[in-house]
Design a binder for this molecule. Structure first.
Ligand SMILES: O=P(O)(O)OC[C@H]1O[C@H](OP(=O)(O)OP(=O)(O)O)[C@H](O)[C@@H]1O
Ligand SMILES: O=c1cc[nH]c(=O)[nH]1
Ligand SMILES: [Mg+2]
Length: 207
């Protein structure tokens, strides 16, 4: 699996704000918004472009636009905090939604929402979820996409655990990962170490 770590100083600074336990919800959300712009920008670096002839006020020239705007898929809840910023960068993207909650004992994802186009053949997809821990939630989401014909899937995550990356590699799912950090490990409760805690709770409050 192709893994891109976006370790730009500005990305590291936003991630540090998110990791810091003293950061309140509003500042956490703001840092995630800004980090999302950087991650999506890098995730789209090699996206194919179509050319078109346009007129500037001065001359005719060649312009560029995305040949295939991707489907954006935030994984609720935590991925919701990445959705608007990704959409601002790619205004002509369509958005689908997946809702998953990890069982705190089994660490398996329990699905509660699935709103996706029927066919994803020939459509790139960006899955937005700040956390890749065991990889169970991401693998579940990507299977929903590949079942609909997707073959070009990029997971965009703020943080990834080595265990989650290994899980996705073993799954053989056709995907790549863009993340701001590969952390050390998971702890006994399935949390990323050093991590940032529960990304959903830190944005929206504990449930
Ligand atoms: O890689 P995994 O072990 O599956 O864990 C990662 C998942 O856990 C978090 O969601 P959570 O289940 O806490 O739901 P929430 O976003 O509603 O808080 C996170 O946003 C991922 O979706
Ligand atoms: O560290 C973790 C692991 C899973 N989900 C989170 O929000 N944080
Ligand atoms: Mg959570």
């Amino acid at each position: 699996m192709d893994v891109l770590v976006v370790d730009h100083p500005l990305a590291r600074a936003r991630l540090t704000t998110m990791r810091d336990a003293r950061t309140d919800s509003a500042a956490f959300r703001a840092a995630l918004h800004e980090l999302t712009v950087m991650l999506v920008y890098e995730a789209m670096r090699d996206a194919p472009v179509a050319t078109e002839r346009i007129h500037t006020p001065v001359a005719r020239t060649t312009g560029h636009r995305l040949a295939k705007p991707p489907l954006l898929v935030p994984v609720l809840r935590a991925g919701l905090g990445m959705a608007d910023q990704a959409h601002k960068l790619i205004p002509d993207a369509q958005m689908g939604f997946v809702g998953l909650a990890r069982d705190e004992h089994t660490l398996k994802p329990t699905p509660y929402l699935e709103s996706l186009p029927e066919s994803l053949a020939d459509r790139p997809v960006l899955v937005l979820d700040p956390m890749l821990a065991t990889g169970g939630s991401m693998a579940y989401t990507i299977r929903l996409l590949t079942d609909r014909g997707a073959t070009d899937v990029t997971a965009v995550c703020a943080l990834a655990a080595p265990e989650g990356i290994a899980h996705l590699e073993e799954s053989g799912l056709p995907m790549r990962l863009v993340t701001a950090s590969i952390d050390e490990r998971l702890n006994d409760s399935g949390f990323i170490v050093p991590g940032l805690g529960d990304a959903g709770d830190r944005q929206y409050g504990a449930v």
